[in-house]
Design a protein around this ligand. Structure first.
Ligand code: GSH
Length: 242
């Protein structure tokens, strides 16, 4: 018997796509607990450790329950548990570098673009994201994948938190990329990492699930309500046959 993980979040990918990807790749015993993204959330908010979602609840084999808020903390906790934090301290440092940059990219897109409700500022920041920051980040991630031997991983020769974090973020940017500038041709080594994750037997099944497509639709509605194009289906570059 192993732990049971329950991931409390809204019915979208957003902050927790990499966490779900980690759980799936590790073949963990887990499920989602969905919250409604409306005024009823305030009834739950005060009961959450930091007042925000996601929160991970783990019931261990001994019957103890661990409660962990903060997406980055949940990712690292699971990565340590599942052996996704690198083979040694040098690999762990490389993973941390990649995570630190990914966090900046995620925060910039959320706080400076998606959640901005001033059209002029949103357009200015979106232009900066797609014309400057994103090509730079993608180029660095592609170079990292090449430095690692173009073996379908960003660090070492196994799935790590660097792979799951970067590829889930890449999917979000592909979905937002109205001009289709992000492609396997432009960033071949990085897309090899994506292909490896997308073709993983468990993840391939998960991506085809009803829950996954329900979350893609909700996520699209959220972006569209913030006046941004979004199509998660565009992130389907590979045939998920097993
Ligand atoms: N630093 C937190 C941020 C989480 C966060 O902002 N969650 C949002 C939903 S995506 C939330 O709970 N918002 C509700 C609120 O703040 O009342 C993390 O990474 O987990």
């Amino acid at each position: 018997m192993t732990s049971l993980f329950v991931l409390h979040y809204f019915g979208v990918h957003s902050y927790v796509a990499p966490i779900r990807c980690q759980l799936v790749l590790a073949n963990a015993d887990w499920k989602d607990e969905f919250y409604a993204f409306d005024e009823t959330f305030k009834d739950f908010k005060d009961k959450l450790p930091f007042g925000t979602l996601p929160v991970l609840y783990e019931t261990t084999v001994d019957g103890e329950t661990l409660v962990i808020p903060e997406s980055g903390c949940i990712e690292r906790y699971l990565a340590h548990k599942f052996g996704q934090m690198g083979a040694n301290s040098c690999q762990a440092a490389q993973i941390e570098m990649i995570l630190s940059l990914a966090q900046f990219m995620f925060d910039f897109s959320m706080l400076s673009v998606v959640m901005v409700n001033n059209d002029e500022l949103q357009n200015k920041n979106k232009k900066e994201l797609f014309e400057k920051r994103l090509p730079t980040w993608l180029t660095h991630m592609d170079k990292q994948a090449v430095r690692n031997g173009s073996n379908g991983h960003l660090v070492g020769d196994k799935y790590t938190l660097a792979d799951t974090r970067v590829i889930c973020l890449l999917d979000t940017f592909v979905a937002m990329d109205a001009d289709n500038t992000i492609s396997p041709q432009a960033y071949p080594a990085l897309f090899k990492v994506k292909e490896r994750i997308d073709r993983h037997p468990h993840y391939a099944v998960y991506r085809k699930s009803e829950a996954f497509s329900m979350m893609s639709t909700r996520e699209k509605n959220y972006y569209v309500s913030n006046k941004l194009p979004f199509d998660f289906d565009k992130a389907k570059f590979y045939d998920y046959t097993l």
